[in-house]
Design a binder for this molecule. Sequence first.
Ligand code: PEP
Ligand code: MN
Length: 264
Amino acid sequence: MENTKELRTWLDAFGLGHPLVIAGPCSAETEEQVLRIAHELKDTDATVLRAGIWKPRTRPGNFEGVGALGLKWLQKAKQETGMLIATEVANKDHVKLAIEHDVDILWIGARTTVSPFIVQEIADALEGTDKIVLVKNPVNPDLPLWLGAIERLYAKNIKKLGVIHRGFSTYEKTRYRNNPEWQIPIELQNRFPDLPLICDPSHIAGRRDIIFDVCQTALDLNFDGLMVETHYDPDNAWSDAAQQITPKSLIQMMIDLKVRKATD
Ligand code: PEP
Ligand code: MN
C-alpha cells in the first residue's frame, strides 16, 4: 500500500464531525426500536447510525439478528433523520443486500477479519463500489491479520477505508471484555498514518461504567472517531445489554470528553 493519502479524505469530505461519532444499538430489534433510537440520536454529535442485523454470536442459541428485513428499517431511519447508516457484513450476500439498500458504511466484524477467505469474498463483492468500509480488528491480537484484511480491500480499489479498534480476546478475565492493547492500533497507525482510526469502547469495555474512560484514552491517543452502542433501554437490549448506553448518556459523555484539537 503506497501513496494512500486518499484514505483520509472521505472522513473530511463527509463533514461528519471530529471526532466522528457512530452510535446506535448493538442489534436492530424492531422497526420502532431502530426509528426511536435514530430520532433520539438525530440532533446529537452522532452523524452515523449503526445497527447490526446479521449478528455473529459466539455460542448458538442467542439472538442472531433480524436479517435483511432490518435494512428497510435502517433505510427509513436514514430518510427520516438524514443520518448515514452503517451495518456489519459477514459475507458477499450481505454486501450485495447492503448496497441494494443504500447502506453508507459497511463494517467487517472481528469474527470475520480473522478469516482471509471471507475477507477476500467481501472485498471481491465490494469491487467497483465507493462505499465506506471499516475493518474491525480480528478477535485475537494479530496485527498482520488486521493489515491483511485492509490490504485485500485496498487491492480491490476500496479507498474509503478505516479501521475500528474493538479490543482483543484473552483467556484470563480482565477489567475489560476485550483487552485494548493500545499499542496494536497505534502500531497500525504508524504504518498507515492515512487510515482513519475509530475506537469501539463498547466491545472493549463490555460494561457501561468504563466506556467514558476508554473513549477518553482513545481521544488522547488521537483516534478519529468513536463507535458507541446506544439503546434507549440498554438493560433490555437483545444483545450486549451490559455495555450499551442511552442516547442521553451519549450526549453527556460527548460534553464531558476532552477532545484534542488538531492544533494541540
Ligand atoms: C458489534 O459491533 O455488535 C459486534 C458484533 O462487534 P465485534 O465484531 O467487535 O464483536
Ligand atoms: Mn455488540
